[in-house]
Design a protein around this ligand. Structure first.
Ligand code: HEC
Length: 143
């Protein structure tokens, strides 16, 4: 390598590193925004649409909040931690299974879990766009 090309190459490497860092920072900021949006859905400060199996009408928005049933001392369903969602666990008598974004969204919409076991009727079935489902998934699976 000549003396002239070395600083040039170093300069280019520096530029590439800076661009990489900027892209990574942007990625993390974007991810944090999605998680925050998902947390708001989970807590119910952004409304969700859902109904109980066999019902013809949507539930009032305050009845669709995940936290109503999944957090706090009166919880009737398990806490939705990243460990609970992403580890291979036996659920409701089925073989061990874990969630990914697709199976999590399927569960919310249809009540079918990753081992194809149906959830109890107590959990509402949600009508939600892919974006909101991804926000919820990111908030709950990576906390
Ligand atoms: C009215 C009560 C209720 C609400 C509201 C509710 N759930 Fe549930 N959820 C349940 C019940 C009951 C189960 C089944 C628990 C069991 O099998 O032991 C369940 C199960 C689940 C499971 C399966 C957990 C596992 O280990 O397989 C996930 C995931 C889940 N709920 C996510 C959500 C999310 C996300 C929301 C909000 C968008 C929500 N739930 C709202 C009652 C509720």
């Amino acid at each position: 390598m000549s003396r002239a090309t070395r600083p040039l190459l170093l300069g280019l490497a520096g530029l590439a590193a800076t661009a990489g860092l900027a892209a990574a920072t942007q990625h993390w900021q974007e991810r944090a925004r999605w998680q925050e949006a998902g947390q708001a859905l989970y807590e119910g400060s952004r409304p969700l649409t859902a109904r109980l199996v066999g019902h013809e009408q949507d539930l009032p928005p305050q009845a669709t909040r995940c936290v109503n049933c999944h957090s706090g001392s009166s919880a009737i369903a398990p806490a939705l931690t990243p460990e609970r969602l992403t580890r291979h666990l036996p659920r409701r008598g089925g073989p061990p299974s874990r969630y990914d974004e697709a199976s999590f969204c399927r569960l919310l919409r249809s009540g079918v879990d990753p081992a194809w076991v149906l959830l109890p009727r107590a959990m509402p079935r949600y009508t939600l766009p892919d974006r909101e489902c991804r926000e919820l998934w990111l908030a709950l699976s990576t906390r």
